[in-house]
Design a protein around this ligand. Structure first.
Ligand SMILES: C[S@@+](CC[C@H](N)C(=O)[O-])C[C@H]1O[C@@H](n2cnc3c(N)ncnc32)[C@H](O)[C@@H]1O
Length: 238
């Protein structure tokens, strides 16, 4: 199973509201108990005690022999150890924690206190920050790479995506990379339909000064082809 499949492990957060008072799609999932998804990861995460269940589900996948570190492995192939990495929408911290183990200086940001509490309990090797991705002005310094794994971008509050992409781009050093993986259809999302497509995502990146460098179909590096249900996009700040 590829990490594009596990990336549909989604659930919900607290009552946090996005810009304009809109809840994130993540928070809405929590409020409604999830959508009609067929993915068992998704339903497991959507049925209460989110941070704990999310963490447990990935532990189960790892115990079943699945490589659950595809996202971290790709990031590590892009930036030498010692680099600064921001895990945007870090959830329970699984990507940032793995990257810290590989020698990166990691910061994880999430707006959901229940998810971040699990991350804090799991590792003190990462700087954990409770914040909304629309405004990262208080974060220290710039990053070599920002990763948004696990459908973070489609789970933002509707209408906030371009602002978030801009905020992430502003945290990158010149030449730094934004790496985002997300579903492009209902089979790869905990949503009834994809809220946007790659053309729209690329336009938000372009507005934020990010140029598309590479697009993959999975975190393991499978080539992207038209009609894929999942994409990992790598954009570089000029
Ligand atoms: C499906 S989880 C992915 C977690 C983690 N990236 C992973 O791959 O395991 C999506 C995360 O995005 C976070 N999120 C959604 N909107 C956010 C926002 N505006 N600011 C910060 N985090 C946000 C949620 O709280 C949730 O933890």
């Amino acid at each position: 199973m590829a990490m594009s499949d596990t990336a549909a492990v989604d659930g919900a957060g607290g009552p946090e509201l996005g810009p304009g008072g809109r809840p994130s799609r993540w928070a809405s999932l929590h409020a409604t108990g999830g959508t009609s998804g067929t993915n068992d990861h998704r339903s497991a995460a959507a049925s209460g005690g989110l941070g704990e269940r999310y963490e447990r589900r990935f532990a189960e996948l790892a115990a079943a022999g699945m490589d659950v570190h595809g996202e971290a492995a790709l990031c590590a192939a892009l930036v030498p150890p010692g680099g600064r990495i921001l895990d945007a929408g870090c959830g329970t911290g699984r990507v940032a924690i793995r990257l810290a183990e590989l020698g990166y200086a990691c910061t994880g940001v999430d707006v959901d206190p229940s998810m971040l509490a699990r991350a804090r309990a799991a590792s003190d090797s990462v700087t954990w920050v409770l914040a909304d991705l629309v405004d990262l002005a208080d974060l220290d310094g710039q990053f070599d790479l920002v990763v948004a794994a696990g459908n973070v971008i489609p789970l933002l509050a509707e209408g906030s995506e371009a602002r978030v992409v801009r905020a992430l781009a502003e945290r990158l050093r010149p030449g730094g990379l934004l790496v985002a993986g997300f579903g492009l259809d209902a089979a790869h999302l905990p949503l009834l339909q994809a809220p946007f497509g790659l053309a729209e995502y690329d336009s938000w990146c372009a507005q934020a000064g990010l140029a598309l460098e590479r697009r993959l179909a999975t975190w393991e590096g499978a080539p992207s082809t038209p009609g894929d249900g999942y994409a990992v996009s790598i954009h570089r700040r000029s």
